[in-house]
Write a protein that binds this ligand. Structure first.
Ligand SMILES: C[S@@+](CC[C@H](N)C(=O)[O-])C[C@H]1O[C@@H](n2cnc3c(N)ncnc32)[C@H](O)[C@@H]1O
Length: 296
């Protein structure tokens, strides 16, 4: 296999002018999660309309303001899904790791089903929804009245809530199935083992979450485990394909692409993450991988 190329672009992935139409084979990503507190500021800073709605919510406490705010956050993410659709090849796959959110807004505890909003927006863009994966995280504690761990009274029905201990890995395809020449060598070299096929193409993945380090910067990236990116890349691309992550964070997808002989492109808005990305990708690097960093 020829050496692989890895480009990290510090810039907003709502526009990817660096990438030609139909030039990417797979997207693997995890965006900021709407209505999860740690991402509030990112959404507010990203969009004036969202900022205005936050202010309005504090003043009017109206349910329709919450609904509008939630929709605007998803419209903001959908700009990236649209741009991804443009750059994917026909038959290219998009994998999106997303968690639903629970939150008390206007004194009412409720669920914000981010996974279904993303499906709705991606289908509008033209993607076909495929069966998804539930990533079961054993670490999350059960909740009582949305306030964290169950208290003793959590045993008494009916006022406790089901814990969000799964995240979704949504899977979409652009257009029809990808076609390959008969006996394509790269495809055959990318063949999965029977164990991988049997375990990975099932709907529930039990994978321990990545331990977040204590640095605030690293906590803010909400890293997903290497294992998630590694499996998805092996399942939905072949050697020498190009993998895109439009919300790169600490660089997990780039590292997995390097280790699996795929090319990669990662977009990250926050330039402070450079040192974390450099450190992580150095672990996945080999003499067979070239890295280019672009500051827009
Ligand atoms: C959930 S984190 C990704 C974590 C990543 N999967 C990892 O393992 O490190 C989302 C990242 O997307 C970045 N981000 C948010 N909006 C962006 C945008 N429009 N363009 C580029 N990066 C963005 C954030 O700065 C954050 O680092």
């Amino acid at each position: 296999m020829p050496p692989t190329q890895h480009t990290i672009i510090f810039g907003n992935s709502q526009q990817m002018p660096e990438l030609a139409d139909s030039s990417v084979h797979l997207m693997v990503t995890s965006p900021p999660y709407p209505m999860v507190q740690m991402w509030d500021n990112l959404f507010v800073d990203a969009d004036q309309k969202i900022a205005q709605l936050w202010q309005q919510l504090t003043a009017d406490c109206k349910e329709e303001t919450v609904t509008q705010l939630y929709e605007e956050m998803h419209l903001n993410l959908a700009k990236v899904w649209s741009e991804t659709y443009r750059v994917l090849v026909d038959g290219g796959i998009a994998c999106i790791n997303i968690g639903d959110a629970t939150r008390r807004v206007n004194s009412k505890f409720r669920l914000f089903p981010n996974h279904s909003k993303i499906i709705e927006h991606c289908e509008k863009i033209g993607f076909t929804t495929l069966p998804y994966i539930l990533w079961k995280k054993p670490t999350t504690k059960p909740q009582y009245k949305g306030k964290g761990a169950f208290l003793g009274s959590g045993f008494l029905p009916p006022n406790a809530y089901v814990t969000l201990d799964c995240e979704f890995i949504l899977i979409f395809r652009k257009g029809k199935l990808r076609h390959f020449p008969p006996k394509d060598p790269a495809r055959y070299e990318s063949k999965l083992t029977k164990k991988q096929r049997d375990e990975w193409f099932s709907q529930i993945w039990q994978i321990t979450g990545t331990r977040q380090t204590t640095s605030q910067l690293e906590r803010r990236t909400a890293v997903y485990p290497d294992e998630i990116a590694d499996r998805l890349i092996k399942m939905f691309s072949i050697k020498n394909d190009t993998v895109l992550d439009p919300f790169l964070g600490s660089g997990t997808t780039t590292k997995a692409a390097m280790q699996n002989e795929r090319n990669s492109i990662g977009y990250e808005k926050d330039p402070n993450l450079l040192s974390i990305i450099t450190k992580k990708t150095a672990n996945g690097n080999s003499e067979q991988a070239f890295v280019k960093i672009i500051n827009r």
